[in-house]
Design a protein around this ligand. Structure first.
Ligand SMILES: Nc1ncnc2c1ncn2[C@@H]1O[C@H](COP(=O)(O)OP(=O)(O)OP(=O)(O)O)[C@@H](O)[C@H]1O
Ligand SMILES: [Mg+2]
Length: 244
């Protein structure tokens, strides 16, 4: 069974059917790209998976459990992690403290005051700083980082709770081509521990890192398949040449 099964999910905002009968299946340790024109429902789908809002119909199964109606915090505890389209680091805290806080969200306070737990948390923060090329910026305020480095910090924060599935909404938005390429390099190693659902407008970037793509259009799945299958899909080409 897949790690994540989205079946027939719908979401309505007023008169607008933002998602309409969406099916998506994501296997463990794979990178799954979600693409489609503006307003096609990509962010709405990520939020329904993470529990930022509830699907109106359909079911979402994660790691064998039905999470359709579960609170976001309970989904996070089961191994789901979401980085939103908008940056959410705490700008007045250091890079180190942002990472430390994202572990603490997971632990009872009594565990943190014990030195052993603090030592382990420190090691995890140092490891994340190294992996995301932030080691020399550990003591700087997060708000002083460039936009690209803030995105990396946020991805590192989303991984601190060791999720089984990471959801990223346009992590390379506003990045330079060089920063985008580096983001791909930083993401690839996480595949050993985690699956990824990633929304991106940069098709070259997403084709490079993803195993599988789902294309949304006006709240429905237009097509779904390997990168090669989607590249060869006449339906997708039509939408991308006429509307994007
Ligand atoms: N909270 C909301 N209330 C009302 N309408 C919403 C809400 N969130 C999204 N929508 C609408 O639902 C549709 C899908 O939006 P969504 O943000 O999921 O698109 P998207 O594919 O992520 O687009 P983009 O590529 O621009 O980020 C849009 O028409 C949007 O205006
Ligand atoms: Mg969006």
């Amino acid at each position: 069974m897949a790690l994540l099964e989205v079946q027939g999910v719908g979401k309505t905002f007023g008169a607008l059917r933002a998602l309409d009968g969406v099916d998506v299946s994501v296997r463990a340790n794979t990178f799954h790209g979600l693409i489609g024109p503006n307003g096609s429902g990509k962010s709405t789908l990520l939020k329904a998976i993470a529990g930022a809002h509830l699907a109106d119909d359909g079911t979402i199964t994660f790691d064998g459990s039905d999470i359709t109606k579960m609170r976001a915090a309970d989904r996070a505890r089961r191994g789901l992690s979401l980085k939103f389209q908008i940056t959410a680091v705490l700008p007045e805290l250091s890079v180190y403290d942002n990472l430390l806080l994202s572990i603490q969200a997971d632990e009872p306070v009594w565990a943190l005051v014990r030195s052993r737990s603090r030592g382990e948390a420190h090691d995890r923060v140092m490891d994340a700083l190294e992996r995301f090329r932030l080691a020399d910026r550990a003591d700087d305020l997060a708000g002083e980082l460039s936009h690209g480095l803030q995105q990396w910090l946020e991805i590192a924060m989303a991984l601190m709770r060791r999720p089984k599935l990471l959801l990223l909404d346009e992590p390379t938005g506003g990045m330079s081509p060089e920063e985008r390429r580096a983001t791909g390099e930083l993401l690839m190693p996480i595949k050993a521990d985690c699956a990824l659902v990633i929304v991106e407008h940069d098709l070259d970037f997403i084709k490079d890192i993803c195993d599988h793509l789902t294309v949304l259009d006006q709240g429905r799945v237009l097509d779904d398949g390997t990168v090669a299958e989607i590249e060869a899909s006449p339906k997708v080409q039509e939408v991308y040449t006429t509307r994007v």
